[in-house]
Ligand binder design. Sequence first.
Ligand code: FE
Ligand code: FE
Ligand code: FE
Length: 162
Amino acid sequence: MSLNNLADLFHDELRDILSAERQLIEAIPKMAKMAASDELKDAFEKHLEQTIVQATRVEQAFLDTGMPARAKTCEAMKGLIKEASSMMEEKAAPEVMDAALIACAQKVEHYEIATYGTLCTWAKLLGYTEALELLKLNLNEEEETDEALSVIAETVNSEAQA
Ligand code: FE
Ligand code: FE
Ligand code: FE
């Protein structure tokens, strides 16, 4: 596809985040299963539920573009998930593994925050008001998740120091 204007680029980026969210629907349950801390496990499970809804919101956001909701493989998310998977194969003390899982998860959230931030800016410029509202909801959830992980990390990291 050729990118002739910002609308084309917006559509391309929506396809990327749709792929990212769909990859995460597969990956988060594995991270939840690996988490030793109940608090961390709950946070992953809660975010899995949000992620399922987020993918649906992204699909709805395509309506404003008039173009099909077809994902395009997000290579960055593939890489972040690959890193998390190889970390999960390491032999590690449970608290240390939890600290590692949080680090991997926060990288994912930051990627999503960057992407949704850009998408919101473009949606606003393009006058895609419905897409903007949907994308803002996703952005807020990613930010809240990142903050919640930082709070859990305080306990987990100090336990991992021992
Ligand atoms: Fe997400
Ligand atoms: Fe991407
Ligand atoms: Fe997320």
